[in-house]
Design a binder for this molecule. Structure first.
Ligand code: ADP
Length: 487
C-alpha cells in the first residue's frame, strides 16, 4: 500500500471503501505544498475512476439498511469516538493540512480542526435530541418522523478541507445516511488521516467511505449514480450546475454552498478602527474563504479615516510560510489559481479601475500576491461583481443607507455580509434589507451550529446547520394513527 510522509507523519493515501483501504496505484495525481511551489510533490494520491465510484456506492448501499436501523443514540457512539480521535490528533491533522493547503498551522490546530471534532459531536447529539412534532387533528394522532434518506455523496472544496468536510458529513451520518466523501484534488491529504480515524472509531464498514480523484472523473461518476439519494456540495457555481443537473435527472435533493462576494459596510457612526482592522483581516489565508468580505462599502464621510487605519493594519501583515508563527498571509493554493487571481487584477487595471494597493506577486515563482485594494470605476466592474477568491478587495463609498443597501445587494451573490454601526435601529433596518444568508453586525465568523447557513442567489441552494441539515438528509414522514383504533 502506497504511503507518504509529510512533516514526519507517515500515512496511506488509499481510498477507504467498505472499511478497507483500497489502493488504486495504476493512476495517481500529485499533491503539492503551496508554500514551496515548484518543489517535488508531497506525494501521490490515487486517482479514482468510475469503477472506484461504483465500488464506493455499492458499499454505501449495502451498509445503509443497518446504519439507518440504528437509533440516533447508537449512531452517536462512533461519531463521538471519531470526535475524540480528532481532538487527540490536532497536531498531526494540522501539520498535514498546513502542508498541502497552506492554511496557518497554528490557526488549524487551535481553531479550525477542533471545530471538525465539534461538528461530529454536536450533530450526533442534535439527532438524539430531535423532538418529533406531535399533534392531534380531528380523529388522528399525528407525528413527524425523520427517515434516513439513503447514501449521500459529499463533494468538498480545497479550502479548510478537513473542517468543511466534517461540517457536511456529520449531519448526513447523524441522520442515518451512509456517506461517500470526495475531497478536493488540490488538498486531499488530511482526508487520508480522516480515513484512518473512521476505521479506528469503529464505524460499520461502508457507512463512511472516502474516494480520491478528480471532479470530472470520480466526482462525476459519484454524483450521477442513481442509487445516491442526497448530494451535498461546496464549490463553484459552474460545478454546482453540473451536480444540480445530475440531481435533477435522478430526482435527488441537492444542497450547494457556492461562495460569495460579501460586503463589509462601514457606516459613519461605526467604530472605524474596529471595522478597518476586520477589513484588513480579510487578507488572512490570502482571502481564500467563501465568506471573505471582499467589497468594502464605506460611508463617504469616513473614507479617508477608514483607509488610514486600513493601510496601517494591512502594512502589518506578514506574507510567509504556514508553519511560521509570524505569518498572517499564507500563499494561494495552486499556480493555476494564482494565474486566475492575477488575471482579475490585470483586467481590472486595464479596464480603468484604480489600483490603490498591491496587485503584484510577492516573490517570483511563488504563490503569494500582495494584499490588493482596487477602487472600481463603476459598480459593474468585474472586480466588484465576480468572486476572486484571493487577497483582492474593492472599496466603494456610499452617501446614505439606501445607497449602502443597494450596493450591498447589487451582485448575484448573497452568502454573508458584515455591518459596522453603533446604532441598534440601523443594525435592525439594514440587517433586514441586506440579501444574504448570514448578516453579522460588528462581528464576523461567529458560527452557531444550530443556525441555518447558506446563500441566496448564486451563493447557493438550501441551508446547512442545525435541524436544517438534519432535515435535508432525511425524508420527513407524517405518521397518522386513527384515535382509539390501536391499544
Ligand atoms: P473550486 O473552484 O472551489 O475548486 P470546484 O467546483 O471546481 O471548485 O471544485 C469543488 C469540488 O468539486 C472538488 O472536490 C472537485 O473535485 C469537485 N468537482 C469538480 N467538478 C465536478 C463534477 N463534474 N462532478 C462532481 N464533482 C466535481
Amino acid at each position: 500500500m502506497a504511503t507518504i510522509t509529510v512533516r514526519g507523519q507517515t500515512f496511506s493515501t488509499a481510498h477507504l471503501i467498505d472499511g478497507q483501504r483500497v489502493d488504486d496505484a495504476e493512476s495517481t495525481f500529485p499533491s503539492h505544498n503551496p508554500c514551496h511551489w515548484g518543489a517535488a510533490p508531497l506525494g501521490a494520491v490515487p486517482r479514482g475512476d468510475a469503477k472506484v465510484a461504483t465500488l464506493a456506492v455499492d458499499a454505501a448501499v449495502r451498509a445503509f439498511p443497518g446504519w439507518a436501523a440504528m437509533s440516533p443514540a447508537e449512531r452517536r457512539e462512533p461519531m463521538h469516538r471519531l470526535a475524540a480521535l480528532i481532538d487527540a490528533s490536532l497536531d498531526r491533522i494540522a501539520a498535514v493540512e498546513a502542508s498541502d493547503m497552506a492554511m496557518r498551522f497554528e490557526s488549524l490546530k487551535m481553531r479550525v480542526i477542533p471545530r471538525a471534532a465539534r461538528n461530529f459531536r454536536v450533530y450526533a447529539d442534535m439527532a438524539v435530541a430531535y423532538e418529533e412534532r406531535v399533534w392531534h387533528s380531528n380523529t388522528t394522532a399525528n407525528r413527524v418522523l425523520r427517515m434516513p434518506a439513503g447514501p449521500a455523496v459529499i463533494i468538498t472544496p480545497w479550502n479548510a478541507p478537513f473542517m468543511l468536510s466534517s461540517w457536511k458529513v456529520a449531519p448526513a451520518l447523524a441522520a442515518g445516511n451512509t456517506v461517500i466523501l470526495k475531497p478536493a484534488e488540490w488538498s486531499p491529504l488530511s482526508a487520508c488521516l480522516l480515513a484512518e480515524m473512521i476505521v479506528e472509531a469503529g464505524f460499520p464498514p461502508g457507512v463512511f467511505n472516502i474516494v480520491h480523484g478528480l471532479g470530472h472523473e470520480v466526482g462525476d461518476a459519484l454524483v450521477t449514480d442513481p442509487r445516491v439519494r442526497r448530494l451535498s456540495f461546496t464549490g463553484s457555481p459552474a460545478t454546482a450546475r453540473k451536480i444540480g443537473a445530475a440531481g435533477a435527472k435522478n430526482i435527488v435533493p441537492f444542497t450547494a454552498e457556492l461562495g460569495g462576494k460579501a460586503p463589509l459596510i462601514v457606516f459613519d457612526d461605526a467604530d472605524i478602527d474596529m471595522a478597518a482592522k476586520k477589513a484588513a483581516g480579510q487578507y488572512d489565508d490570502s482571502g481564500q474563504s467563501c465568506m471573505a468580505n471582499t467589497r468594502l462599502l464605506v460611508h463617504q464621510s469616513v473614507r479617508d479615516e477608514f483607509l488610514a487605519h486600513f493601510y496601517a493594519y494591512t502594512a502589518a501583515h506578514v506574507l510567509g510560510d504556514a508553519f511560521d508563527d509570524a505569518t498572517t498571509i499564507t500563499p494561494l493554493i495552486h499556480g493555476d489559481h494564482l494565474d486566475r487571481v492575477l488575471g482579475f487584477v490585470d483586467r481590472a487595471i486595464k479596464s480603468g479601475d484604480k489600483l490603490l494597493l498591491g496587485g503584484k506577486r510577492h516573490r517570483e515563482g511563488q504563490l503569494w500576491i500582495e494584499p490588493t485594494l482596487i477602487e472600481p470605476q463603476s459598480n459593474e466592474s468585474e472586480i466588484v461583481q465576480n468572486e476572486v477568491f484571493g487577497p483582492v478587495l474593492s472599496i466603494q463609498t456610499f452617501a446614505d443607507e439606501a445607497e449602502a443597501v443597494a450596493l450591498a445587494n447589487s451582485t448575484r451573490y448573497g452568502l454573508s455580509a458584515v455591518l459596522y454601526t453603533s446604532s441598534a435601529a440601523r443594525a435592525e433596518r439594514v440587517g433586514r434589507l441586506v440579501r444574504a444568508g448570514t448578516v453579522w453586525v460588528n462581528c464576523y465568523l461567529i458560527r452557531d451550529l444550530t443556525a441555518p447557513f447558506g446563500g441566496t442567489g448564486i451563493s447557493g441552494l438550501g441551508r446547512e446547520g442545525g435541524d436544517f441539515a438534519l432535515d435535508f438528509h432525511s425524508d420527513l414522514k407524517t405518521l397518522q394513527i386513527l384515535e382509539d383504533s390501536v391499544s
